[in-house]
Design a protein around this ligand. Structure first.
Ligand code: ZN
Length: 135
């Protein structure tokens, strides 16, 4: 296992609430008050109707794997060769990309039930990783 730090997160005025939520143990998803749609990653306006009337909902963190890849090459510490990266479809109906942890290769497949594992990686970085729902 490498001692390398994870890449730093990109925080701006549009994404601050998301990162603050993770520090509080909450997975927050941006919600449009005008058209009631969700979007991730967060942006300055609604990608569906361009409204600026945005707030956030707290996700249950449950969902399914919509798609995935395994990163083999190049090896970039702290990531190990072959680690799975999943596109999760949250049960609220929006998707996000995350590392998939605490899993065996047979648990990584399209349609697999997953749950969020909010993980404090170091003093600066808390991430929404995902793991098998049964973990
Ligand atoms: Zn909207």
């Amino acid at each position: 296992m490498s001692n390398a730090l994870r890449p730093r997160i990109g925080v701006n005025k549009d994404t601050q609430f998301f990162w603050d939520g993770l520090k509080q143990g909450k997975l927050l998803i941006q919600h449009c008050q005008a058209c009631d749609q969700l979007q991730h990653p967060p942006g300055p306006c609604c990608k569906h109707c361009q409204s600026f009337e945005l707030d956030a909902i707290e996700s249950t963190g449950r969902g399914t794997i919509h798609s995935f890849v395994r990163m083999h090459h190049p090896v970039v510490p702290p990531f190990e060769s072959g680690h799975p990266i999943v596109l999760v479809e949250l049960e609220e109906g929006t998707r996000l990309i995350a590392d998939f942890i605490n899993s065996t290769p047979d648990q990584v497949f399209i349609g697999a039930a997953v749950k969020v594992a909010i993980t404090e990686c170091d003093d600066e970085v808390t991430l929404a990783l995902f793991e098998p729902a049964s973990a």
